[in-house]
Design a binder for this molecule. Structure first.
Ligand SMILES: Nc1ncnc2c1ncn2[C@@H]1O[C@H](COP(=O)(O)OP(=O)(O)OP(=O)(O)O)[C@@H](O)[C@H]1O
Ligand SMILES: [Mg+2]
Length: 255
């Protein structure tokens, strides 16, 4: 999540799901951005429809076996708007969690809408145990303040922020072997030290991404050696370490 719109939450949720699956884990991805679902596009699943059995909805099978569910698979047209008030969204979230045949997963990654609204509150109030939230920012002072609000919101509602990700951190130019900080100085270190949340990764801007999305291809699968792909591997490995530490300290404290 992130308080800010357009910072790359959906790209990060989607590619993180793929990177987790690449490390051998069983992964699901639930897109809770009802008004602007887009994770399915990053996963090359445009125009897919979920299967239906008598009592469950079958998630769409994405790259590397990632199970994906999104309202985008259920609306009549790609451009159909979703006009829902809070209570309807809350019951849709519960249905998407309980009436989709997720099977046994190691991870369910949830892509949140921008802002800090009903969706996050419903999750916090209805899901008994959430490992935590990953907070996405970009290098921008404007984003920093909005993201700081999201961190405080997540803490207050009990979805502990366990990692920060800075997207569009830099552009790596293969020709000159140089990193260019297009958006300016990083802000994630300041957030990390102020709120005591570790940085999982700094994700580069990749100018090839739009072409991959347009063609329904997954850049980090097709180009596993790219800086983008390496940054997702680093992110996943840091995330797994953090979760291991949390789990071992909660086992020790008898939680
Ligand atoms: N690292 C990156 N390199 C290149 N393009 C990127 C990168 N991250 C995101 N983008 C592009 O920026 C745009 C916004 O990304 P995305 O949709 O993931 O943001 P979001 O935070 O989920 O937005 P929203 O708040 O609307 O849900 C997309 O067009 C995406 O392809
Ligand atoms: Mg999004």
């Amino acid at each position: 999540m992130s308080g800010k719109g357009g910072v790359g939450k959906s790209l990060i949720a989607s590619y993180m799901a793929v990177a987790l699956a690449r490390s051998g884990l069983k992964v699901g991805l639930l897109d809770l951005d009802f008004h602007g679902p887009s994770s399915h596009l990053f996963l090359g699943l445009r125009s897919k429809r979920p299967g239906l059995t008598l009592d469950k909805v079958e998630p769409v099978e994405g790259p590397l076996g990632v199970k994906v569910m999104s309202l985008a698979f259920l609306t009549p047209e790609e451009e159909s708007p979703v006009i829902w008030r809070g209570p309807l969204k809350s019951s849709a979230i519960i249905q998407l969690l309980t009436e989709v045949n997720w099977g046994n997963l190691d991870f369910l990654v949830i892509d949140m809408p921008p802002g800090t609204g009903d969706e996050a509150l419903t999750l916090a109030q209805t899901v008994k145990y959430i490992d935590g939230s990953l907070i996405v920012t970009i290098p921008s002072d404007v984003a920093k303040n909005v993201v700081a609000r999201a961190i405080n919101f997540a803490k207050l509602v009990g979805i502990k922020p366990i990692g920060l990700v800075e997207n569009m951190s830099y552009f790596y130019c293969p020709g000159t072997n140089t990193k260019y900080y297009i958006f300016g100085d990083s802000v994630v270190e300041t957030l990390s030290s102020k709120y005591k949340i570790p940085i999982l990764a700094k994700i580069p801007l990749d100018p090839e991404l739009p072409e991959y999305v347009k063609n329904g291809r997954i850049l980090i699968i097709d180009k596993p050696e790219s800086p983008l792909s390496s940054s997702f591997n680093e992110m996943v490995s840091n995330l797994l370490n953090i979760l291991n530490n949390i789990n071992s300290s909660s086992t020790k404290s008898g939680r």
